[in-house]
Design a protein around this ligand. Structure first.
Ligand code: ZN
Length: 166
């Protein structure tokens, strides 16, 4: 009988709704526990984020925290989203640690007098410039390690060159 089949379907749909409700409740509970556990609630570029906490977030959360920092700090930017993307790319590379030259470049720039936020901007501007060059002439990178040119530019970057760049 089609009618009882429909009833079974409705029962299944109802059970599904309940399961989803329970899952949502658990999700909310898990998130609140993470907050209690000290997961990142806010991003402050002057402090190095805990690499594990940073990498545990998804990209959207990272962008959201970075954008929120700049908005709350009242920092005027032509494009806060693009600025956040640059921050997140650099922080991702910093979080990967000593396998990349990025973390030590940020540290070196700070030893040269930049605050951490400015050091992130300096590295970000090299990265964005490099990516733009790569997109404009991708054939130039064929057969080479595309990151090598970026790392070489980081070696050239100094607090002085950044400050005099504008
Ligand atoms: Zn910034």
């Amino acid at each position: 009988m089609g009618y009882s089949g429909g009833g079974a379907d409705r029962a299944a749909a109802h059970a599904g709704t309940q399961v989803r409700g329970v899952n949502a409740a658990f999700g909310a509970l898990r998130r609140s526990m993470q907050l209690v556990d000290g997961a990142m609630k806010a991003y402050d570029p002057l402090k190095s984020p805990n690499p594990e906490e940073w990498l545990a977030m998804d990209e959207q959360e990272r962008l959201h925290l970075v954008e929120r920092f700049h908005r709350r700090a009242g920092i005027r930017l032509p494009n806060v989203e693009a600025h956040a993307v640059a921050h997140v790319m650099v922080e991702n590379q910093v979080a990967l640690g000593d396998g990349l030259p990025v973390k030590r470049t940020v540290q070196r720039l700070m030893s040269e007098g930049l605050d951490r936020h400015d050091a992130i901007h300096a590295v970000g501007s090299v990265l964005v410039g490099y990516l733009n060059d790569l997109l404009a002439a991708p054939e130039a990178a064929i057969g080479t390690d595309p990151a090598a040119g970026y790392y070489a530019e980081l070696e050239q970057l100094t607090a002085k060159s950044w400050l005099s760049s504008g």
